[in-house]
Design a protein around this ligand. Structure first.
Ligand SMILES: Nc1ncnc2c1ncn2[C@@H]1O[C@H](COP(=O)(O)OP(=O)(O)OP(=O)(O)O)[C@@H](O)[C@H]1O
Ligand SMILES: [Mg+2]
Ligand SMILES: [Zn+2]
Length: 460
């Protein structure tokens, strides 16, 4: 019996299927995401649906009897990577790493592969994008040498599964999932159907054999992992590698993790020798700080559970033509508008005739409202051409009437500021004392942005 095939329109964003073309996906609301794909309607004997590896028979267990002892996690020799994973790689888990082209996904994975091949067992690196020669050249440049790292240039998932069977690796790397295909689906590689089909094959492999799988995922220009949300549901952990391509810092951020906290961040630096971890990011981000320059303020922001000190720079300059410009780099545009509006309306700064540029040093994105105060202080500091105190860092969210609101995890932020040698931290008025505030660190509590500027940018 022949397989009947039919075409369907499939949303490349969320996987929604429809019989006819639609300009806007009714499920996720995205425009122009419907693509025609060939779908198999009936599969005789449902052959292709059967897992390659036979699952052990399922047997219900009492919850209390389920063995929770976690197998030994595989430790990546880069502490920052382990931190993002929640303490290492869980055997049999699938980890998706997304990121813009050229940000360093292949680099960090080949480094990790080589390191794991030395400590954890064999690693199979499958590339659908680069030739073995290209990968070898990269490995040579990074000075990676190991016998237990296997390379293959292959895009057929079935062949890859055969290689896995023969080589029996501890870790499998697929670079990238969008280049893989399986014969069971006739859609083109990279389409939602293919990506989903390939990913579920790999998931089956991971769950039944205990091989840990890394998937590289491309991102769209909106910054989502290309195509399918479905992919994010299938995998255990989703990491994004991000950073300003013109800067050397890279952040590895977990946005989903079945085995650890999310929004954990690992900080790396892209060097000629590959990704180097940055164990003291605050120090690195403040390294080039010019003390006593007007227009800068230090924010204490949280990335996951880790406090980070970052320098926010502002420049205001007289608008010469047309509407004043607002150029945020590393902060949220709307947040910048709100803070400018509060400074204009509550404190009378004439920002409507000023162009405003904001920059976060190090290429970081700071979208936490707790960095509002630092942004406002930096802005006012540039506007009045008055430097902010060198020994002071800033924490606080700004409300519409200019009031300062408390932020979470204050103790951790204060500890980081003290560690970096700051003597004072300006915070919103606290309702209760901070337990274990660092000794020698002075808290400068203020109620609103007016009080804050009177101290941080005094007009003599
Ligand atoms: N000789 C070199 N010295 C230093 N850095 C290099 C060198 N060659 C390449 N790079 C850096 O490596 C980056 C490419 O990294 P990589 O190939 O890991 O990115 P990727 O995320 O896998 O990209 P893609 O999505 O295209 O596969 C380049 O952007 C460049 O900055
Ligand atoms: Mg790559
Ligand atoms: Zn959709």
């Amino acid at each position: 019996m022949a397989t009947k095939t039919r075409s369907r329109w499939v949303c490349q964003e969320c996987g929604k299927q429809s019989l006819r073309y639609m300009g806007r996906c009714p499920s996720c609301g995205e425009f122009n995401t419907m693509v025609e794909e060939i779908i198999e309607v009936s599969r005789p004997g449902a052959r292709a649906m059967q897992p390659r590896v036979v699952l052990p028979n399922s047997a219900p267990q009492r919850l209390t009897e389920v063995n929770t002892e976690e197998g030994q996690r595989l430790l990546v020799p880069m502490g920052e990577f382990n931190r993002v994973l929640g303490g290492g790689i869980v055997p049999g888990s699938i980890i998706l790493i997304g990121g813009e082209p050229g940000i360093g996904k292949s680099t960090i994975l080949i480094q990790t592969s080589a390191a794991l091949a030395q400590t954890a067992g064999r690693v199979l690196y499958c590339s659908g994008e680069e030739s073995a020669r290209q990968i070898k050249m990269r490995a040579d440049r990074l000075k990676l040498e190991t016998d237990d790292l296997f390379l293959v240039t292959e895009t057929n998932i079935k062949t890859i599964l055969d290689h896995v069977y023969n080589i029996d690796p501890t870790v499998l790397v697929i670079d990238s999932i969008q280049t893989m295909y399986t014969d069971d689906s006739e859609s083109s590689p990279g389409s939602v159907s293919q990506v989903r089909e390939c990913a579920s094959r790999l998931q089956m492999l991971a769950k039944t054999s205990g091989v840990s799988v890394f998937l590289v995922g491309h991102v769209t220009k909106e910054g989502n992992i290309a195509g399918p949300r479905v992919l994010e549901h299938l995998v255990d952990t989703v990491l994004y590698l991000e950073g300003d391509p013109f800067q050397s810092y890279r952040l590895l951020r977990s946005v989903k993790n079945r085995f650890g906290a999310t929004s954990e961040v690992g900080v790396f630096e892209m060097t000629g020798m590959g990704m180097a971890e940055v164990p003291n990011p605050s120090e690195a981000f403040l390294a080039e700080r010019v003390v006593a320059a007007p227009g800068t303020a230090i924010a204490v922001t949280m990335e996951g559970t880790r406090p980070l000190l970052v320098e926010i720079q502002a420049l205001t300059s007289q608008t010469t033509f047309g509407n004043p410009r607002r150029t945020p780099n590393g902060v949220d545009y709307n947040r910048l508008l709100l803070i400018s509006a509060v400074l204009s309306k509550r404190l009378g700064l004439k920002l409507h005739e000023q162009d405003i540029f904001i920059n976060v040093v190090g290429g970081l994105n700071v979208d936490e409202p707790a960095s509002d105060l630092a942004m406002a202080v930096a802005l006012a500091s540039s506007y009045f051409n008055q430097p902010t105190p060198a020994d002071m860092a800033f924490v606080g969210e700004i409300g519409l009437s200019g009031e300062l609101r408390t932020v979470g995890q204050l103790a951790a932020r204060l500890a980081e500021a003290a560690k970096l040698g700051f003597k004072r931290v300006m915070t919103p008025r606290l309702r209760r004392k901070v337990v274990d505030a660092p000794k020698g660190l002075q808290l400068v509590e203020v109620r609103n942005i007016g009080e804050a500027l009177a101290i941080a940018v005094p007009k003599d």
